[in-house]
Design a protein around this ligand. Structure first.
Ligand SMILES: CC(C)(COP(=O)(O)OP(=O)(O)OC[C@H]1O[C@@H](n2cnc3c(N)ncnc32)[C@H](O)[C@@H]1OP(=O)(O)O)[C@@H](O)C(=O)NCCC(=O)NCCS
Length: 175
């Protein structure tokens, strides 16, 4: 697969099953209840994964032409979720997942860039994220995009237990 064959677009309600299947198949992905994804897809830019009022989220998907006889068929190979509070200037990358068969081809970087552009458009000047300290690939991706570590939360994650690394990226530097 080449990056040129990848299509990036905003997620739609019809993507729910494919998103859930990819998330469930990916050990290091944050795991959210199906309803959280359904709500997010039903109300883009106003999804609610938490009880906070008036949060804004975006979700992007990456697709590649499917191995089928129908030329218009695409299969979902990745997704990413961004978050920002209204009037805040710090966005958050909440999740980025790429199918294991499609990794190291630039899909993760493209999905992150889409989220960062959306954060910029919402007024963010910075993006932060939390990542499992054992997520070697994700940390390498974030570092390659210019993120630097700003903190560590010991035993932040459970099942399996792990520390969270806190990373930040100024959006004035275009990744
Ligand atoms: C992290 C993840 C999204 C990366 O997706 P990807 O499409 O493979 O990433 P890219 O191809 O865009 O990688 C861009 C750069 O990141 C770095 N990188 C990515 N994966 C890496 C790995 N396994 N080892 C070392 N460096 C890596 C490299 O610098 C790479 O550039 P290069 O291929 O030119 O060397 C993917 O591995 C994944 O889905 N992991 C499981 C879920 C997860 O941990 N998500 C993050 C927490 S939400």
């Amino acid at each position: 697969m080449s990056l040129a064959s990848i299509r990036l677009r905003r997620a739609e309600p019809s993507d729910l099953a494919a998103i859930l299947a990819l998330e469930r198949a990916t050990e290091n992905a944050p795991h959210w209840p199906p309803k959280a994804y359904a709500d997010l897809l039903a109300t883009p830019d106003a999804g609610s994964l938490t009880t906070e009022p008036a949060t804004q989220r975006c979700m992007f998907v990456a697709e590649t032409p499917a191995q089928s006889e129908v030329q218009s068929d695409f299969q979902l190979v990745g997704f990413a979720v961004g978050f920002i509070l209204p009037a805040d200037d710090v966005g958050e990358l909440e999740s980025v997942v790429v199918a294991s068969s499609q990794r190291r081809a630039g899909v993760g970087r493209a999905l992150c860039s889409a989220v960062f552009d959306w954060c910029r458009a919402q007024g963010a000047t910075e993006v932060m994220l939390e990542v499992r300290s054992s997520s070697v690939a994700a940390i390498a991706l974030y570092t390659s995009m210019g993120f630097t570590a700003t903190g560590r939360r010991p035993r932040y994650y459970s099942e399996p237990e792990d520390d969270a690394l806190l990373l930040r990226l100024p959006l004035t530097v275009k990744p």
